[in-house]
Ligand binder design. Structure first.
Ligand SMILES: Cc1cc2nc3c(=O)[nH]c(=O)nc-3n(C[C@H](O)[C@H](O)[C@H](O)COP(=O)(O)OP(=O)(O)OC[C@H]3O[C@@H](n4cnc5c(N)ncnc54)[C@H](O)[C@@H]3O)c2cc1C
Ligand SMILES: Cc1cc2nc3c(=O)[nH]c(=O)nc-3n(C[C@H](O)[C@H](O)[C@H](O)COP(=O)(O)O)c2cc1C
Length: 580
């Protein structure tokens, strides 16, 4: 859509030129431009007229991103900026909104895709992804393309979605002009390099034309800061009872100089440290127990637990270990890795190692995301998190999640922790008068505490309905008192709970949705928004399936029509997920 109408007081070619810049600019860029021009007028400065050089029509570039937590989306924006500076005319499309005809009509196409779940597309990209993989996908002859894949080597299906899309675009007749790069969690550098190369290759020799340079370096005031900041822990409370087999910490953080400008639905990235006991054991097994420098580095900044195929390959190459080589050659390494960590590799296949070789087996320690469980309008300069300690046994060893146990076992009130705001505009509250249905079992309930606080603070007239579940009512009812208060004061209209271990037959949130299906569909027909947060592996899929069944039953629809009803909610962005 062109934002500058033909009626604007400019010549037609000037309107075209303006639309080429403003039409593809993000809201932030448009806001910057508006402010800049207003400032120019206010200062009385005049722009010197200069002889016009005929502008060549800029060549189009279609950029599609499939993103869940915003990394691919951010890179798509970076790519658009670079492309625009190179004289291209980028159009950025969230795969959630992609119509496949846009691919067929693209001359040049870049896809930046993250992989989620166990080798799945980001939730909101699922529909377009399935269409692309289906027999109905359009032919792409004449489309030049490149794919950048984002992922995490810790997952067996590393960058699977980027890889599959890359193969699919070629199979549909597209011409791969930039080779795919698969990025791990520390993607910043390889992604920036890939973007630079891709723009070079995709820019036709005649593209230069008249390039309008806009300096996007200065951060617009409208964007919240996503710098790493220090926070003080002012509350550290286990919300499970001492008789629960879970430990879920309510962590209240206080920020000197103001909390990051977060909104309900956003998360914080938390920078954790490794368990010194684990690091000591690892160094002992590797024969490097006395190396204090390596120990400090490992505790603070290296991922010393993840075991990936890449780690095993590096180990085989750097040590020449016969059995590890055989494991790889037999194609058994992927299976062997499952449920194991770096410490298992070295304990099972010991060999003389020096500090450098051991360090080369690790990658930088990545922060972990936690949904913010508070609203600034209620808690001021605080941010609350709800963190469940991950503990399990595998292959005869007790395992502990790095960040969650750093919080649960080693952080105390009065200490400090480093965090960074991770905005998520795709999981935000709707207009205050809209009804919301929130499905958040376990720690999935965290953002809904923020939603409810926000709706109370803003006196939102829309109704709010929460579905919560956990193991037992007595020991695992997270934020029970908050919900009771909210029901009393009206911030929460309705609440349904499912405690799976209180009854002989396990009851989960999806069962509660089914029980309440008549009211549920009535709310949705009235325009309610449906939010799901928490476990991606089973819960999110079961909840969606329950909603499809609810539509089929309440409205007497065929399974296909009921599926369409939920797909329509997704397209309308009234079915929103933040699952992990
Ligand atoms: C947007 C977003 C929001 C999130 N919000 C929250 C939140 O509000 N609260 C919260 O608690 N978490 C939340 N998480 C999850 C959180 O980021 C971490 O993934 C979680 O705390 C585990 O991190 P960790 O460092 O403790 O574990 P890690 O050291 O990362 O270990 C986790 C890994 O251990 C393995 N593992 C775990 N359990 C088992 C098992 N039973 N058997 C075998 N292997 C296993 C898996 O490989 C898993 O990936 C969120 C995640 C995202 C992406
Ligand atoms: C719950 C979860 C599941 C993931 N599953 C995979 C996976 O199967 N394969 C992979 O390569 N990366 C996986 N990742 C890593 C993401 O792809 C990676 O964090 C990426 O940078 C996210 O990009 P986005 O912010 O654009 O969604 C997973 C991450 C999370 C949190």
């Amino acid at each position: 859509m062109s934002p500058i109408p033909k009626t604007a007081p400019f010549a037609e070619e000037e309107i075209d030129l303006l639309n080429r810049v403003v039409g593809t600019a993000s809201p932030v860029q448009r806001a910057w431009l508006a402010g800049f021009l207003a400032g120019l007028d206010a200062s009385g400065a005049t722009v010197m007229p200069h002889p016009a050089t005929p502008a060549r029509p800029a060549e189009p570039l279609t950029i599609v991103y499939a993103s869940e937590s915003g990394n691919s989306e951010k890179l798509a924006g970076d790519l658009a900026k670079t492309a625009r500076k190179n004289g291209l005319r980028p159009t950025v499309i969230d795969m959630a909104d992609l119509e496949l005809s846009a691919l067929a009509s693209a001359k040049r196409l870049v896809v930046i895709a993250a992989t989620w779940g166990e080798g799945e597309p980001p939730a909101r990209a699922m529909r377009a992804y399935n269409e692309l993989m289906s027999g109905g996908a359009p032919r792409l002859e004449g489309v030049e393309f490149g794919v950048l894949a984002l992922g995490d080597t810790a997952y067996a299906e590393f960058c699977a979605i980027g890889r599959t899309i890359d193969e699919r675009l070629a199979a549909l007749g597209g011409k791969r002009v930039v080779d795919r790069v698969d990025c791990d969690l520390d993607f910043a550098e390889p992604a920036a390099r890939w973007i630079g190369d891709a723009v070079k290759v995709l820019t036709p020799p005649n593209a230069g034309g008249r390039v309008i340079e806009v300096d996007f370096g200065a951060k617009p005031a409208a964007l919240p800061s996503t710098d790493v900041v220090e926070a003080e822990i002012i509350e550290h409370v286990d919300l499970n009872s001492s008789r629960s087999d879970k430990e879920t910490i309510h962590l209240a953080l206080s920020f000197e100089g103001g909390a990051p400008a977060y909104e309900p639905g956003d998360s914080l990235d938390l920078y954790a440290e490794n368990d010194p006991a684990y690091v000591d054991e690892l160094l002992k097994i590797a024969g490097l127990a006395g190396d204090e420098k390596l120990r400090a580095d490992f505790i603070k900044s290296r991922d010393v637990t993840t075991l990936s195929l890449k780690t095993v390959e590096t180990y085989a190459a750097s040590t020449g270990h016969q059995y590890v080589k055989a494991l790889l050659a037999d194609g058994q390494a992927k299976e062997w890795i499952a449920g194991r960590q770096l410490i298992d590799l070295i304990a099972t296949f010991p060999i003389a190692l020096d500090a450098e070789k051991l360090r080369a087996l690790t990658r930088p320690l990545a922060p972990r995301a936690y949904s913010i469980a508070s609203s600034r309008r209620d808690v001021g300069d605080e941010a609350h998190l709800l963190i469940s300690a991950v503990r399990y046994d595998s292959h005869g060893r007790a395992r502990k999640g790095v960040a969650s146990n750093y919080v649960a076992e080693r952080l105390k009130r009065g200490q400090h922790v480093r965090v960074k705001l991770k905005p998520n505009g795709h999981f935000a509250l709707p207009a205050p008068d809209k009804d919301i249905i929130m499905v958040g079992p376990g720690t999935g309930v965290a953002p809904f505490r923020a939603f409810v606080q926000e709706r109370r603070a803003t006196k939102a007239p829309g109704r709010s309905w929460l579905f919560f579940g956990d193991r037992t009512f007595t020991h695992d009812f997270l934020y029970q008192l908050d919900w009771q208060d909210a029901l009393k004061d009206g911030a929460l209209t309705r609440m349904d709970v499912a405690f799976s271990r209180d009854t002989p037959e396990k009851v989960y949130v999806q069962h509660k949705l089914w029980q309440r299906r008549t009211d549920l569909i009535q709310w949705l027909d009235g325009g309610a928004y449906f939010y799901v947060c928490g476990d991606a592996k089973a819960m999110a899929k079961d909840v969606r399936a329950a909603l499809v069944r609810a539509y089929a039953d309440v409205k007497a629809l065929s399974p296909e029509a009921a599926e369409q009803a939920v797909a329509t909610l997704e397209r309308e962005k009234r079915y929103l997920q933040d699952t992990y």
